[in-house]
Design a protein around this ligand. Sequence first.
Ligand code: SAM
Length: 350
Amino acid sequence: MTTGEGPSVTDFDRAGVRPRPLIDPFARAITYLRVSVTDRCDFRCVYCMSEHMTFLPKAELLSLEELDRLCSAFIAKGVTKLRLTGGEPLVRRGIMTLVSSLSRHLRSGALSELTLTTNGSQLEKYAAELKDLGVRRINVSIDTLDPDKFRAITRWGDLGKVLAGVDAAQKAGLKVKINAVALKGVNEDELADMTAWAHGRGMDLTLIEVMPLGETGESRLDQYLPLSLARARLAERYSLVDIDYRTGGPARYVEVKETGGRLGFITPLTHNFCESCNRVRVTCTGTLYMCLGQNDAADLRAPLRASESDTPLFAAIDEAIGRKPKGHDFVIDREHQRPAVARHMSVTGG
Ligand code: SAM
């Protein structure tokens, strides 16, 4: 795998032609790629996976070299923000080789941000290396600060280990944002305390509405807490002031006056922000999903493997972006309890 500096354009533009930037049919520029580097995870969060998941055979996965080439093709086409996710990205064998290789695009200036979303279980081990490789910020998913509840939500997780990972990340100088899925009757009473905890440690907190992705063996209606409700309850304890702060993702932020910290809301159900969508997602098998909540996809593995040249890959990416839908339409109510799409979040990459 290439890890040297080298001019990034000639490195990825094997066809010798400057590829066209990615503009979808609704004139949205696609500048943000999320890559699920594995569908495997060491947790089994109840809203994300079923307890007994069948994972992809390892032979179907793109190699680290192929993932690098795929990401680099997107970067050549104007992607400036790359997020590694999963499954759990830090359980993919050799993941640091990929981060190290991709970091050349940070040094060349082609990428403005290389980041990841993690459950934190492996952060103690990797935080310092991530920082050394140019990662500046990471998202860590923590839905509760109660160890028993944490175990119940994740089925397998150890909160102590995750918190040690957060400590290590902060000590290494990584900026940490906490993501929490708001779950009815599970963590809804804790959201104000979690806000105080995160802000007390200098971390933003973002709350996420549960999305109807994949069969998990649990009722979505029992899990779904509209963030409009959560926000109203938080406003009983805190003064929340809307602010314009953006990180390039779908979260909308408020400042919490009492803590001085930022609280984000990702509301794909109560209010989607599809009109400003700038991102696409690719799975560990090279399937490109143009929308998290739609089934349409494009196979990029075949064109990637078909030729040493990136020309067929660029053509396949262009064709797929030409089909990016306007948005998704998640609904969770008594009439809509089935998944909007069959695949789990761990496949597409959250
Ligand atoms: N393992 C990593 C982690 O835990 O952050 C990365 C992958 S995980 C699928 C990414 C994010 O998606 C996590 O914050 C998780 O809580 C969230 N997530 C998973 N399933 C979800 C669902 N059905 N609705 C909303 N968020 C979901």
